[in-house]
Write a protein that binds this ligand. Structure first.
Ligand SMILES: NC(=O)c1ccc[n+]([C@@H]2O[C@H](COP(=O)([O-])OP(=O)(O)OC[C@H]3O[C@@H](n4cnc5c(N)ncnc54)[C@H](OP(=O)(O)O)[C@@H]3O)[C@@H](O)[C@H]2O)c1
Length: 299
């Protein structure tokens, strides 16, 4: 490859990180995903917004269109992994994404009076928070490599990846797995000019955290989380913990022996309102969203 072409490609890789043109965001119908969609929305940007709840997705889409973006709505349930991968493949074939943000996720805790989460609950958490995004990131990585134009993949994890959570072992495991996957993928994709970032927020004021009946230190607004996540993606951070107070706490935790961390966390208790309780988000079951085929609406 000629020197000038190499320089142009590097210029291209560097520039689209700060202003990607075609972006897919999963979990764009609410919370952090909706804030990311709104923050990335502008003229000459195509946003593919994925979620299960069509009404919420439509609301976010219209806000993004008002800011000048071209918006594609994709209603899909990530728990249906095969259908999700088919939808991703079809969408990427059409839009050739510069940036894909795997943000969708569910949080859950063990039921009151139970010592562990139900087995089905653990399977569901791992399917939505880890299996779907990891398989999806592999698919997108393969396609970006084949195009040879670089790209960026971001995965929204959690500080729950770093601490034992007796009331939410499935959630903690899904996020720890996501971190391990994203860091390995990062190492694998470097030579292809594809940046992989995994971003671990502390508490963010969204419907997910509203379900948690607990004190939420250093909680930030979804807009603040979105702008920190965008900065991490633009600077190709491999792993970031936001806000900085949680980064400092996770750094200190590295020096705490595992036995002590487990003992301390066993003293900590937290429970979540069931999905659909007053004022809380409805859990959308596989029967509510069309899990047999992706519904895509391009406007
Ligand atoms: N909020 C926090 O304190 C916090 C802290 C650390 C990490 N996080 C992570 O940040 C991410 C976003 O969470 P959030 O706080 O913004 O939560 P949220 O407001 O509840 O939004 C979750 C999003 O994920 C989508 N989603 C959930 N299950 C899905 C499925 N099976 N298929 C497709 N989409 C699905 C939802 O779509 P529908 O609306 O259509 O159901 C929604 O758009 C999650 O990965 C979460 O683990 C959040």
């Amino acid at each position: 490859m000629a020197g000038a072409e190499v320089r142009n490609r590097w210029w291209y890789f560097g520039s689209f990180m700060t202003s990607p043109r075609t972006i897919l965001i999963t979990g764009a119908s609410s919370g952090i995903g909706a804030a990311l969609a709104t923050a990335y929305a502008r003229e000459q940007v195509t946003l593919v917004l994925m979620g299960r709840n069509e009404d919420r997705l439509s609301h976010v889409s219209s806000v993004c269109r008002d800011k000048g973006a071209c918006v594609v709505k994709a209603v899909h349930d990530i728990a249906d992994t095969d259908g999700f991968l088919d939808a991703l493949s079809e969408l990427d074939r059409h839009w050739c994404f510069d940036l894909v943000i795997f943000n969708a996720g569910v949080g859950d805790t063990r039921a009151p009076l139970q010592q562990t989460e139900a087995p089905q609950q653990v399977v569901r958490l791992l399917d939505i928070n880890l299996r779907g995004p990891a398989a999806g990131a592999s698919l997108i990585a393969e396609r970006m490599i084949a195009r040879g134009e670089g790209g960026a993949i971001a995965m929204i994890s959690s500080v729950a990846a770093f601490v034992p959570l007796p009331m939410a072992a499935g959630y903690a495991a899904s996020k720890a797995g996501l971190n391990a996957f994203a860091l390995s993928l990062n190492a694998a994709l470097r030579e292809h000019g594809i940046a992989v970032s995994v971003i671990c927020p502390g508490y963010v004021d969204t419907p997910m955290s509203a379900r948690l009946n607990t004190f939420k230190p250093f909680q930030i607004k979804p807009e603040a989380a979105a702008s920190a996540i965008m900065a991490c993606i633009a600077s190709k951070r491999a792993l970031a913990i936001i806000p900085f107070q949680y980064a400092a706490a996770c750094f200190i935790l590295k020096f705490v022996p595992a036995g002590l961390a487990v003992w301390l966390s066993s003293k900590f208790s937290l429970d979540a309102s069931p999905y659909g309780a007053a004022g809380q988000p409805e859990r959308v079951t596989a029967g509510t969203a069309d899990s047999s085929s992706a519904q895509v609406d391009i406007r």
